[in-house]
Ligand binder design. Sequence first.
Ligand SMILES: Cc1ncc(COP(=O)(O)O)c(C=O)c1O
Length: 408
Amino acid sequence: MTLVRMGAATPLFASRVRGITGSVIDASTSLLAAQSHDVVRLAMGSPAPEAIPSGVFADLLADVAGSGVDAFDYGATEGDPALREALLEFLAEQGTPVRADELLITSGGMQGLDLACKLFVGAGDLVAVESPTYTNGTATISGYEGEMLEVPGDRDGMNVAALEALVSERGAPPKVIYTIPTFQNPSGTTLSLERRERLVELAEQWDALILEDDPYSLLRFEGEPLPSLRELATGRARVVAVHTFSKIIAPGLRVGWVVAEPEVITRMIDARQSMDTCTAPPMQRLVARFLAGGSAETHLSGLREAYRDRKRAMQEALALELGDLGATWTDPYGGFFLWLTLSEGTDTQALFPAALSEGVAYIPGQAFSISGRFDNALRLAFSAEPPERAREGVRRLRRALERQPAAN
Ligand SMILES: Cc1ncc(COP(=O)(O)O)c(C=O)c1O
């Protein structure tokens, strides 16, 4: 008889398991849930709890549950017909019309990223990524064994000239360019129109796919709207655009969508049929009713106003509490995040335990770079806490910095 020891499966793992890294961001949900003291939550990219219309949801869910048992059956992989119809109409109203054969409903934005990487990223394929960038995006690429090229950014988003220089140094173009061009996670910056144009030109020249991750563009609270990369690239370069209702309705619904060429959508549907079959139909029908109910635009304008106020309050608090320490921060025109850079030599990872015990949580900068850059930076989500709590959070951060001179 052979005794199987715990952990004995490890040698059997497929080689890709080496690239499955998990996410510091998602792990912070459990970490924070385990805290018994008051913590100002500036870590997770969660919407304002007040912005989640739970009363409306209760009515809509009752309506879904009462509408027939088929809401609880398997649904169509491409998405529930009612949601597809409501979303197509909503997108057209937003001035970004999409054809039905270009649309796939997904289980949140993460599934869109996963499907795109499953289709386009194989072992050793080169993927250009912003630096800093969304940890879960790079985790997905690494899970499919892609090789990444980190491209620096500045206040106008990815530095596209630096991308060109890195590619010519390397002598090989990327197969995929992963970017969050609008209100980037984690920096909050937006790719300028000029750079958008150039990026599309390069993708065309290199025959590369652009993976445009866009959860936030409907949350613009300042400045002028810009065309998406997908819009700019029409008829020129290939773009897969990943969107989600997580930030504009609620993340727990796990409903998102992808816009791509019909041949890509067809293969994504095939891929999902051996994955999760379909997005939970009751949640899709809830979102469909929410969109069709006519109040989505009012809801969005309320969100924009609230997030603008929260960003401004956070920036005022930063100026007041950290201005004398030489700290700098970005000025997002939408979305959930800003990026705080502390003085050279500060270690925001080492600072984290002190910050948590003072009662404030953030995500250390290193989490947003595959090579562990940005020691002295951190991401602050201004979305989840009201202005007075954000001020308190920044005060606590200051106290942690004073308590921890070694990290300073
Ligand atoms: C840039 C970016 N992409 C994708 C996602 C994932 O979205 P979802 O929660 O809908 O899976 C997020 C969520 O924070 C995000 O910020």
